[in-house]
Design a protein around this ligand. Sequence first.
Ligand code: HEM
Length: 182
Amino acid sequence: VSTITTFAGSDVGVWEVVRLEPVAGESLESIARLEVIEGIDRVDGARWTLRGVPSYERYVTRVEQRNLIASSPPLGRPEATRAALIPIRKSSGWWDLPQDERREIFERRSHHIATGFKYLPAVARRLYHGRDLGEPFDFLTWFEYAPGDEDRFEELVLTLRATPEWAYVEREVDIRLSREPG
Ligand code: HEM
């Protein structure tokens, strides 16, 4: 069983919120700080909590998986004092598609992995799934990078949002975070 990870928006927590803005659909209530907790699913005093679990990979091929493993940095690098939490929900039109058609849109037409790969190892990432938990977002995407890579991360996000895959995104909130070094 994968450990539930809880993202709690509140007045405490390691991560300071630099900005929080809706990209599609309803936003989330503004918060000052974000706390990331593993293994606990309720947080007292939080304005909101979002939950997700790491899961198996749906779309990667053997070669992509090997390349990703070789180039992906770990979370928690000391220099990676910037982060993004981007919760995303996709439409029923996406979820109704069979697996092969989703892969077709995700990679052959949108180049999600090929594009993302160009930003490794600058960006560390983790994908959490919330859909089967009955959460408001299907995915909680989490990224960590150094301050000097902020502009490149911005470019990556804008590139992905312009792809056919994003036509299926019906709710997205972009939360940018910063923490003290060390
Ligand atoms: C840092 C570079 C990135 C890389 C290397 C990357 C790679 C991947 C890979 C390999 C998957 C597929 C996982 C699977 O097989 O189930 C995936 C899924 C996903 N990624 Fe990225 N990604 C990157 C950046 C981003 C960014 C910036 C966003 C959001 C703006 C994002 C949002 C998502 C979402 C929502 C999914 C789930 C898609 C679905 O299952 O329908 N990714 N990513």
